[in-house]
Design a protein. Structure first.
Length: 601
């Protein structure tokens, strides 16, 4: 029995869910208004026999005690695992790692206190004047724990030593550097300090701004066990409740931008800390937001700068948008594809300045933000010289990767928009696209090995593992772990298709992290052990892409059948008549038919 199964066996889902909602018994199940969206008619069902929950309303999703706690408490899997393990009295084997994490959190908290004391001391006069000039009020300084690092080589070292903290922990946290001769010194000196919190409110690192002509202007904690700038969003801890409530996350670049927004009541704002938005940062918001609005600083090049930032994160947006078509087919997909929008800020005004001088205009710009392609198409055309041979073809190739993943109606609208921007007839543009498609199709007349008749799906000995495992899930995961190039094929699959908790969380991590190495470095120990086992599983030498598709289709069919069964019992569940539920039943029935056709091929 796995540790998650052990926890499930010792906890009743009714006890886990009931503190969050008022459950009413209805036959063999319990119902309530869904805690994850606003509704007047109960659509949230808890089934104690199956130890599962499901929302038949806007969420259209469900799961077990782990998925409920993760969603209700805004927790990652590892944190939910530890919370429920403690509640169930199950001992986890990852205590040493947890001790190291606690030590880093503790020394970071001590450092933040020290930096705050320096800021409020006589030494902090210049820094306080700077904050006053940026209209940062005292309350905001306290809320965000802003501070100042002393202009000394050992100010923090002496403070930590006096308060009993270990030098090794300060080094592990990135606060102190150590030379080859064993000499240590403060990493941050004479800089305005911005503590960076994880989504649970723990300080995991610091950003720091120079108050003189020192370069670079901004530095931050180097990558540590707890902190990775590319996987972190500033102010997410303060913003996650508002983001969940509104369904919209506004993403700015700088610390001051986010602080100004929160000071003025715009609580759904986070900052990418000056980096182009990464896949890992998007995954931090995916469970909270359905709409992303990017409000990026306009430099002297105006919208050109925003476009360059978008281009550096192009794979992120393409990946997110490409899920839309598949997600529309799978109506039970938990992660509704986000709507990505761009807020075009006026030249010379970053979000911080705009919010403080003209909040009404800020609200208008955010509410009128353009969908990604509506911004990118004219911007990409503007920065291209259409007189250069093949420039139009280059633009079409770049945008086709996004446009071709949309539904038919949206595709037509955006191709028409692009044709208008390029000053070419739509028919000519469509003909050029068709020509490219035909050439590619002709190039695939000799199918790859995984499409040949000999390459039949082979579940192999990996499918006959321990009885408490799910062979289909584990075979699919083994293929993905050992063949990372196939992860792209699996992205449209809803993680809820995986019934085993560890398998579901490992699949979620696989499609969230850019490489297996980064995944291995970040996953909880429980998942790391499973990952290691999957990496050593025996797999056939050919036909893996087809085998993966077959496994994922079976998993989605199983999930759709389960949800169909749940929906057919709405009368027994005493759910009132609902067009939403009726439409969902029709969509699930249609999806099952599609999957039956796919399985018969």
């Amino acid at each position: 029995m796995s540790v998650t199964d052990d926890i499930k066996a010792k906890l009743d889902i009714l006890d886990v869910v009931s503190p969050h909602v008022s459950l009413q018994k209805s036959g063999r199940t319990f119902k309530a208004n869904c805690p994850f969206h606003t509704e007047k008619t109960p659509s949230f069902i808890v089934n104690p026999e199956r130890q599962s929950w499901h929302c038949f309303g806007a969420c259209a999703t469900g799961g077990d005690i782990f998925s409920f706690v993760m969603r209700a408490e805004n927790l990652q899997f590892g944190d939910a695992l530890r919370m429920l393990a403690q509640r169930a009295g199950v001992e986890l084997s990852s205590a040493p790692n947890r001790e190291q994490s606690n030590a880093i959190h503790s020394v970071n908290n001590a450092a933040a206190t020290y930096f705050q004391e320096v800021l409020e001391s006589e030494t902090g006069g210049q820094a306080r004047e700077y904050l006053d000039s940026r209209s940062v009020r005292r309350q905001a300084r306290q809320d965000f724990k802003l501070g100042l690092s002393a202009d000394r080589w050992d100010g923090l070292i002496q403070y930590l030593r006096t308060h009993g903290y270990k030098r090794e922990d300060a080094i592990a946290a990135g606060l102190v550097r150590e030379g080859e001769n064993g000499q240590v010194w403060d990493f941050f000196r004479n800089r305005l300090m911005f503590p960076i919190f994880d989504r649970n409110g723990n300080i995991i690192g610091f950003g720091a701004r120079a108050l003189d002509d020192s370069t670079p202007k901004y530095i931050n904690t180097a990558q540590t066990e707890m902190f990775d700038k590319r996987s972190t969003l500033y102010a997410l801890h303060f913003a996650n409740a508002e983001i969940r409530q509104t369904g919209t996350a506004v993403i700015v670049e700088g610390y001051m931008d986010a602080i100004a927004a929160h000071e003025h009541g715009y609580k759904n704002v986070v900052a990418s800390m000056g980096t182009a938005l990464t896949e890992n940062q998007v995954s931090q918001l995916r469970s909270l937001a359905r709409e992303f609005v990017l409000a990026l600083d306009p430099d002297d090049a105006g919208q050109e700068a925003t476009l360059r930032s978008l281009e550096s994160s192009w794979h992120v947006f393409r990946d997110v948008i490409s899920r839309r078509n598949t997600a529309n087919q799978s109506v039970l997909n938990q992660w509704t594809p986000p709507v990505l929008k761009i807020a075009a800020l006026p030249a010379g005004l970053d979000p911080d300045a705009l919010i403080r001088t003209d909040p009404t205009r800020w609200e208008s710009i955010i509410s009128e933000a353009l969908p990604l392609l509506d911004f990118v198409i004219p911007a990409l055309v503007r920065r291209s010289d259409l007189n250069v041979p093949d420039s139009r073809a280059h633009i079409v190739r770049e945008l086709a990767r996004l446009i071709n993943r949309l539904d038919d109606m949206d595709q037509h609208d955006y191709w028409a928009k692009l044709a208008d921007e390029l000053s070419v007839p739509l028919e000519a543009l469509q003909a050029s696209i068709a020509s490219v498609g035909n050439r590619r199709a002709r190039g695939r007349r000799n199918p790859p090995p995984w499409q040949s008749e000999e390459a039949q799906v082979d579940v192999s000995s990996n499918a006959l593992r321990a009885q408490d495992s799910d062979p289909i899930e584990e075979h699919a995961l083994s293929i993905l772990v050992q063949n990372p190039d196939l992860v792209e094929n699996a992205r449209p699959t809803n993680p809820d298709c995986f019934r085993e908790t560890e398998n579901r969380e490992l699949f979620t991590a696989l499609i969230s992290y850019p490489t297996i190495e980064e995944l291995r470095a970040e996953v909880d120990q429980i998942l790391a052990e499973r990952l290691s086992r999957l990496e050593s599983a025996d797999l056939p030498g050919t036909g893996l892409e087809r085998a993966l598709a077959h496994c994922l289709t079976r998993l989605e069919r199983r999930r759709s059948s389960y949800n169909q069964e749940m929906m057919l019992h709405t009368e027994e569940l005493a759910l009132p008549p609902s067009r939403e539920v009726e439409d969902e039943v029709k969509r699930v029935n249609q999806r099952i038919k599609e999957l039956e056709i796919m399985s018969s091929r």
